[in-house]
Design a protein around this ligand. Structure first.
Ligand code: AMP
Ligand code: MG
Ligand code: MG
Length: 311
């Protein structure tokens, strides 16, 4: 791979290829039928697909970018060590390699980067057969801000020319744009997307006040942001501390590159440096544009905001 291509662009190109490789692992584990489900906490599961996909992603990135700080969701030291060569992806997506790097990212060094990896977002849905909700997330942050990201959908069915393909990869790069899908304008009425498996009374209260025409309940932060990008919903509301930095880094990078906005329920941006706490304690509020983000932010009662902030 040419080293004349700036680091962030090379890293994004590698991440696109690696996410596709990880997506194949996710499908392979499901077809074998041995999910190896482990309960990490309340309503929080890990499967063999989460573990294996993470090993593939981290080993592939670390081999090519040894000084980058890579943080993955799964904590499975017993599985670390040698990764089979079949799982090591060294490819880089050619379309991404040809992108013009925005000036503010041209001088970035490996030491300035933190990559947040969610090897399988939507594990509950994966185990319950809602496979189209499942995504692989690789988010690239520089100086604490998400600047680029990949959302791979291992089970997306599409037609490329006459050829049936399984899986697609959506990417975004700040000041450059997004790709891998056809962006669509927001729906004409207010459609909210939210959790299907991690609700609670506070989450429901924040939904009630939105005065939405429709509420879609789907799995995964990646899939919900895809709904925003594809014009199926206009706002993502989740008033709960359950999401973590690996859930929002890639989706936030892509949504922002498409003109949207992702913050907490109080309207503050999350930071993605290596030392930040993992949970997005004050929830998630994302919208396709600033106007809808402002609308949703203003609808959430102050006492609910304070409740989350003081948890
Ligand atoms: P959801 O919108 O419920 O699919 O959640 C999006 C992401 O946040 C997924 O990776 C979930 O596993 C995670 N998440 C959300 N709420 C919780 C929770 N209460 N406990 C554990 N993980 C959660
Ligand atoms: Mg997740
Ligand atoms: Mg996950």
């Amino acid at each position: 791979m040419s080293t004349s291509v700036p680091l962030v662009v090379r890293l994004l190109a590698s991440s696109v290829s690696i996410a596709g490789r990880a997506g194949k692992i996710v499908r392979d584990v499901m077809s074998k039928g041995e999910l190896g489900i482990v309960e990490k906490g309340k309503d929080d599961y890990q499967t063999e697909a989460d573990r294996s996909a993470q090993r593939c992603i981290i080993a592939s990135l670390a081999a090519q970018y040894p000084k980058i700080n890579i943080i993955g969701e799964e904590d499975n030291p017993e599985n670390e060590g040698e990764v089979c060569t079949e799982w090591l992806s060294t490819d880089a997506d050619k379309e991404i390699l040809s992108l013009e790097c925005p000036p503010f990212l041209q001088g970035v060094k490996e030491e300035d980067i933190v990559v947040w990896v969610d090897p399988l977002d939507g594990t509950s849905e994966y185990t319950q057969g809602f496979l189209e909700h499942v995504t692989v997330l690789i988010g690239i942050s520089v100086n604490e801000k998400p600047v680029a990201g990949v959302i791979h959908q291992p089970y997306y069915k599409n037609l490329v020319g006459n050829e049936k393909k399984t899986g697609r990869t959506i990417w975004g790069l700040q000041e450059v744009g997004v790709g891998g899908f056809t962006p669509a304008p927001p729906p004409s009425s207010l459609i909210i997307t939210t959790t299907r498996s991690h609700s609670n009374p506070v989450v429901e209260k924040a939904l009630q006040v939105m005065n939405a025409a429709q509420i879609l309940r789907v799995g995964g932060a990646g899939y919900k942001v895809l709904q925003l990008l594809e014009g199926l919903a206009s706002v993502y509301v989740f008033a709960s501390p359950g999401c973590k930095k690996w859930d929002t880094c890639a989706p936030e990078a892509i949504l922002t590159a498409a003109g949207g906005k992702l913050t907490d329920i109080l309207g503050n941006n999350y930071k993605y440096g290596a030392s930040v706490s993992r949970p997005n304690k004050t929830g998630v509020l994302a919208a396709v544009n600033d106007e809808l983000h402002d609308y949703a932010l203003n609808r959430i009662p102050q006492e609910l905001k304070e409740k989350l902030a003081n948890k």
